[in-house]
Design a protein around this ligand. Structure first.
Ligand SMILES: CC(C)(COP(=O)(O)OP(=O)(O)OC[C@H]1O[C@@H](n2cnc3c(N)ncnc32)[C@H](O)[C@@H]1OP(=O)(O)O)[C@@H](O)C(=O)NCCC(=O)NCCS
Length: 161
């Protein structure tokens, strides 16, 4: 029988970051490079969790914790694994790690047209705080700035085993 996918802390090996980049390329018009992920992961303030199925990374959430403020920077789930609750669990897991490390707020930007992600964040208790005009390119689009206090009020916790 095939094992269920699982969420665990993401150790930023080159192989893991290449898998992150593969999902990123399939998910975004302006994907981050492996070097950019490596730069983020090398920052001691970074927080990252991954979703694995067998030995393959199929989703990730990455953020930066600056004192009490956690900035959720990247989130993606590989297409065949979407709509099964993994995106929500990834955000909740990242928020749990950030909370354990002293985070008291989490904020993020999301394209105004990204209904899926906006619904996900709303369901976890994030509120829209404002709009950042023409924040994105390819295509040019405004960003919704969203924020929630930590710990989050809904979602599922990380498997720390
Ligand atoms: C956004 C994304 C991470 C969601 O991942 P996911 O695993 O499919 O999300 P979940 O299954 O946990 O869904 C949680 C909630 O989000 C909302 N949602 C997710 N996908 C949706 C869709 N296609 N349409 C409408 N609502 C959606 C729903 O409210 C859902 O709750 P429900 O299933 O109880 O209705 C995924 O679609 C993705 O990787 N997209 C491309 C990258 C991206 O846009 N990242 C976010 C950048 S800010």
């Amino acid at each position: 029988m095939l094992a269920e996918p699982r969420i665990q802390p993401l150790r930023p090996t080159l192989q893991a970051l290449q898998q992150v980049h593969r999902i990123e390329q399939a998910s975004f018009a302006e994907p981050w490079t492996v070097a950019e992920f490596d730069f983020l992961a090398a920052d001691e303030r970074s927080v990252q969790v991954g979703l694995w199925h067998q030995d393959e990374l199929v989703g990730y959430a990455m953020g930066l914790l600056d004192g009490p403020d956690c900035h959720l920077i990247n989130l993606a789930v590989e297409a065949p694994y979407r709509r099964r609750g993994w995106g929500r669990r990834l955000v909740h897991s990242l928020a749990s790690v950030a909370t354990d490390r002293g985070g008291r707020r989490c904020h993020l930007e999301v394209r105004t047209s990204n209904e899926a992600a906006r619904r996900l964040y709303c369901g976890l208790g994030f509120h829209q705080m404002g709009i950042r005009l023409r924040y994105y390119t390819k295509p040019s689009e405004d960003a919704c700035i969203m924020e929630s206090s930590l710990p989050l009020t809904a979602g599922e916790d990380i498997d720390r085993s």
